[in-house]
Design a protein around this ligand. Structure first.
Ligand code: BTN
Length: 271
């Protein structure tokens, strides 16, 4: 691996042109060789008063966290594992939009740096070639919010379990995939800063429209697990708070605020 492809603080610092995110003295930028979880560390820093825009990045996580209590497997130099502290001055009902804005920011950054076409699966999955490329875990340390981002960059195809090969993917899976992970991290921080600013400035419909244009769910038949409820229906849209609007088979429309969605394939199976 080329030296500048290894995530490192000097390269990231030299490339960052954000207003405040990741830039000292406004906020902290740390790149770890190994850490248990960047989210866990960022939550602690937030508790200790770290400022908005603080970015914690690691080459490896030994106890990476996923959504719904799952773990996020994070081998060294195989992915981007990063967490950013926000201190949002937003109405409580708009807080879920942070997850959507982060998804859009990551998708646009990946498109820009890697040229890959990314889709968003409600509420927080980054999709490439119909497979999961990454995910977002937002955790609260009131009044701060920690936005955790995990993106798969490279894996040894032969070492990936057979059942996962069809479900997950990584940016360097194809042939023409030359890019620097440092540059990608910088682009994600910059895009997140600007999409987050759009929310703060009250331009939430711009963020929502961008999310809609990247959605792999809208217009599709889906199966949705929300709490202990299992629903099937047609996704008509997302609402102003980012909830999924599902038309059920009886014609009623249900707003889903939390849960997990599977998209129906042509053969009737779900992915
Ligand atoms: C998901 O389950 O889809 C969300 C995965 C989020 C993983 C990232 S990796 C960086 C940050 N630190 C963690 O422990 N988790 C998030």
């Amino acid at each position: 691996m080329l030296e500048d492809e290894i995530l490192n603080v000097e390269t990231i610092r030299s490339l960052l042109q954000t207003k405040s995110f990741g830039r000292e003295p406004e906020s902290i930028l740390q790149v770890w060789d190994t850490i248990d979880s960047t989210n866990k560390h960022a939550l602690q820093l937030a508790k200790d008063g770290a400022s908005e825009g603080t970015c914690i990045i690691s080459r490896e996580q030994t106890a990476g966290r996923g959504r719904l209590g799952r773990s996020w497997v994070s081998p060294q130099d195989s992915g981007i594992y990063m967490s950013i502290i926000l201190r949002p001055k937003l109405a409580m009902e708009d807080m879920p939009l942070i997850t959507l804005a982060t998804g859009v920011a990551c998708a646009r950054a990946i498109e820009f740096v890697c040229g890959a076409s990314i889709g968003l699966k409600w509420v927080n999955d980054l999709i490439l070639d119909r497979k999961k490329l990454g995910g977002i875990l937002v955790e609260m340390q009131k009044p701060a919010v920690v936005v955790g981002i995990g993106i798969n960059v490279q894996h040894d195809e032969a070492a990936v379990p057979e059942d996962l090969k069809e479900k997950m993917t990584w940016l360097r899976r194809g042939s023409d995939t030359k890019f620097s992970t440092n540059t990608l991290v910088v682009a994600i921080i910059a895009k997140l800063e600007s999409y987050y600013q759009m929310l703060l400035d009250g331009h939430k419909s711009d963020v929502l429209n961008d999310w809609r244009s990247l959605s792999v769910n809208i217009g599709k038949e889906v199966s949705c697990q929300s709490g202990n409820q299992s629903l099937e229906g047609h996704v008509i849209d997302i609402n102003e708070q980012g909830a999924l609007l599902l038309r059920l088979n009886d014609g009623s429309v249900q707003s889903i605020y939390a849960g997990e969605v599977s998209v129906r394939n042509l053969d009737g199976s779900y992915s």
